[in-house]
Ligand binder design. Structure first.
Ligand code: B4P
Length: 192
């Protein structure tokens, strides 16, 4: 299996690029943001709990997202591989993912990090907020909180995956197609 973590700060384009990568490489897309938003839309107990945190731009507790991912991975083991989009977001999530995958006899193949500067991130998210209906895109203070959560809790994953020799950074600015081509170049080196 080829198992990719697509990493980056909020608004880096993880969701945008994952949509294209799953087509190109026939992978299963696992976005914890999308899964959480579908729980919110279905008004499940988990969704109601998560909504308050997401609307403020805070991370949802590790135990919740780890359990969500566990069931999706176990259900998708006959696929070519997975793209993890927005997960892991803390070192505890990364450690839990390593244990989950190793118990299933698989592992992360690479960790591609989209690099985008803060001004561009804020512009993209405010822009999406105009018509997405997402409360976490509507207000610059909430976006700043999401970026702070990223810096404090998520960015340490770069060191974690560098330690495993799986880290590769990719310029995340420019056209969607240019960024996609850069990601494909990094992936093709690994799978060919
Ligand atoms: P996510 O849904 O993961 O969202 P994201 O970080 O906002 O976005 P992404 O990087 O995917 O950006 P996108 O492609 O959409 O998380 C939302 C919330 O869920 C979190 O704040 C947290 O509360 C919770 N959550 C999720 N996972 C969690 C976890 N593991 N643990 C705890 N909590 C968790 O792109 C953004 C915008 O930029 C779009 O409008 C897009 O069109 C635009 N764009 C993309 N590429 C562009 C380009 N090249 N040029 C210009 N614009 C571009």
């Amino acid at each position: 299996m080829f198992n990719l973590i697509l990493f980056g700060p909020p608004g880096a384009g993880k969701g945008t690029q994952s949509e294209k990568l799953i087509e190109q490489y026939n992978l299963i897309h696992l976005s914890t943001g999308d899964i959480l938003r579908s729980e919110v839309a279905a008004q499940t107990e988990l969704g109601l709990q998560a909504k308050k945190l997401m609307d403020r731009g805070d991370l949802v507790p590790d135990e919740i997202v780890i359990e969500m991912i566990r069931s999706k991975v176990e259900a998708g083991l006959d696929a070519n591989g997975f793209i993890f989009d927005g997960f892991p977001r803390t070192v505890a999530q990364a450690e839990a993912l390593d244990i989950l995958l190793s118990n299933l006899g698989i592992s992360i193949s690479c960790f591609l990090a989209l690099a985008v500067d803060e001004e561009e991130l804020i512009n993209r998210l405010l822009n999406r907020g105009k018509d997405s209906g997402r409360a976490d895109d509507a207000d610059e203070n909430i976006i700043q909180n999401r970026i702070a959560e990223y810096v404090n809790k998520t960015a340490p994953l770069i060191g974690y995956y560098k330690g495993q020799g799986k880290f590769k950074d990719v310029v995340g600015t420019g056209s969607v197609d240019d960024i996609f081509n850069r990601l494909c170049e990094s992936i093709d080196v690994l799978i060919n």
